[in-house]
Design a protein around this ligand. Sequence first.
Ligand SMILES: Cc1ncc(COP(=O)(O)O)c(C=O)c1O
Length: 469
Amino acid sequence: MQFQEQHTRGQQQVQIQVQEQRPLGLAARAQELETSATLAMNEAVAKRRAAGLQTIHLGFGEASFPLHPILRTELARAAAHTSYAPVPGLPALREAIADYLQRTRGIASSAAHVAVAPGSKPLLYALLQVLEGDLLLPVPSWVSYGPQARLAGRRVIDVPTDASDHHRLTPEVLNETLARARHEGANPRILLVNTPSNPTGSMFDAADAEAIAGWARAEGITLISDEIYAELAHGWRAHVSPARFYPEGCIVTGGLSKAFSAGGWRLGYAVLPATAGGSALMAALRALASEVWSSATTPVQEAAIAAFCPDPELETYVRRSARVHGYVASRLYETFVNLGILCPRPAGAFYLYPDFAPYRDALHERGIATSDELARYLLDEWDIATLPGTAFGEQPETLRLRVATSLLYEPEGKHSEEEREAWFWQLLAQADQLPLSGESKTVKLPELERARKRMAEVIQTLDTAQHTE
Ligand SMILES: Cc1ncc(COP(=O)(O)O)c(C=O)c1O
């Protein structure tokens, strides 16, 4: 078979021609793999922009404040350290992370029970590989948990949540789901939760965290608590880790990507229970890591130590980042609820999860019956990029979207990298004056205003259609 492809390299057209003797065979589970919905949407928006199409990008969540100078200096200092680090991470970094979780979340652990990796994502995958049993997964949940569990050969058991109750997870629904799953022959042994949540922005309150931890303990279920957004609580609800109530059965994951706007550094951690079971789990994680990624990047690990040690400047930076995320999310949230869209009030991170069900009839009139069709309509007709609820495990006919607000702080128009950085530092300097709800008198964010206006136009158009039917 003859394979042909054309590429542009600089000004030149390059043609590749290969004679294929045998096609490359894909394993059955790889044939079902798709690029993560978030990355796919980001690529679609990049293509639209390259073609000159304006897009309001609410499809990709990335903390994009400038790197703090302390971390920049530490990384530069360590740049020449080219040796591999120990598989589970540098001892000083593991120690700093254990102290950090004790200091900030009341989670007792020790360096011996902390694993560091190139991002928390591979650690979540590794945990799903080495822990026993099938996965209980609340719906909606972050895009990668389900595919990761399936790649690890686990059954994924959806735990339904109620949109009218802010998608809260309750012991009652967990009990029902567990009974149903066992009846269907599954062996659920892991529950994965995420607080603050991507996609809803909701957070457990202390009572919910305690109830879920108590339920998991009573049922002998391992709890994985993905707390990558913990530092980005907006300020009206405190972050409470379920690990506080279930230290012997809860694993906490996190990293630098969100609070320190350093996703590209690829630095994540998992804190395991300080028990004999935790030690056995660490041995399994270490073995898996040694065969797959060896270690996280050495200079990044060295620089990351500073991020987890007490430092008033870094703490101010993180607190201010959280305020800006909270302000922007709450402004767009107000737009939705004022126009009659159901939406959980965001408590942390930079996401909203509006439900367009009140406009089902008007959407039907336009041939839109699923969240995929709704996301496509918003992109094609209104130049708004979002992600459909299906990417988060929802049934196709629910009309929910995930709206990421973290790209709405950008300055208007084209800017040099220096100008953009200066804009962000100025924004962070004003963060403490931002209100928890309502509009700031001083801070003006043009991209946010454009998104609010466009969303309001969409909803008003649907409203008019609904009332004239
Ligand atoms: C809920 C959630 N968990 C984990 C991650 C992965 O983070 P990391 O950069 O540490 O791999 C993300 C990143 O988007 C996320 O949203």
